[in-house]
Design a protein around this ligand. Structure first.
Ligand SMILES: [Zn+2]
Ligand SMILES: [Zn+2]
Length: 142
């Protein structure tokens, strides 16, 4: 887990015109420090233990706002809820069909980075690969 300075997160929000309230900063900080692609529900239950005044509505509204302003990215997976992340560098996702965890992987070498496909402008690239993660494989092997 890496620690992210609040000042940095403050700047990120102010740059896109979002007032950096305490709760918004906490949500963004959580996403920046926990690269597990949490759902809104996961973020809520985790922050709730530290800050009991947190409401579910605040979490949902903040995530929507941050996504709209391009501060975070929302990943739609077919079988479960929307997951969020603050890592905006292009990367692919590996989804384990056993434990359901999402892992980031480098797209370099897998897909050439493109800004245009057949005349369409590329804004975002989501690559989802499914399989069995390293940890689940080692459990099955025993
Ligand atoms: Zn797994
Ligand atoms: Zn990711």
């Amino acid at each position: 887990m890496s620690t992210v300075s609040l000042k940095e997160l403050c700047d990120t929000l102010e740059k896109v015109g979002i007032r950096p309230t305490h709760q918004r900063l906490e949500i963004l900080k959580y996403l920046a420090e926990h690269r597990v692609h949490p759902t809104a529900e996961m973020i809520y239950s985790s922050l709730k233990t530290e800050i009991p005044t947190f409401s579910k509505t605040t979490v949902y509204n903040t995530l929507k706002l941050l996504e709209k302003k391009g501060v975070i990215s929302a990943l739609a997976t077919v079988e479960d809820q929307i997951r969020y992340e603050a890592n905006l560098t292009p990367h692919g996702h590996f989804k384990c069909i056993q434990c359901g965890r999402l892992f980031d992987f480098e797209l370099t070498g897998v897909l050439p980075p493109r800004t245009e496909i057949d005349g369409h402008q590329v804004l975002e690239c989501q690559v989802m690969v499914k399989g069995i993660c390293r940890q689940c494989r080692s459990v099955t092997a025993k």
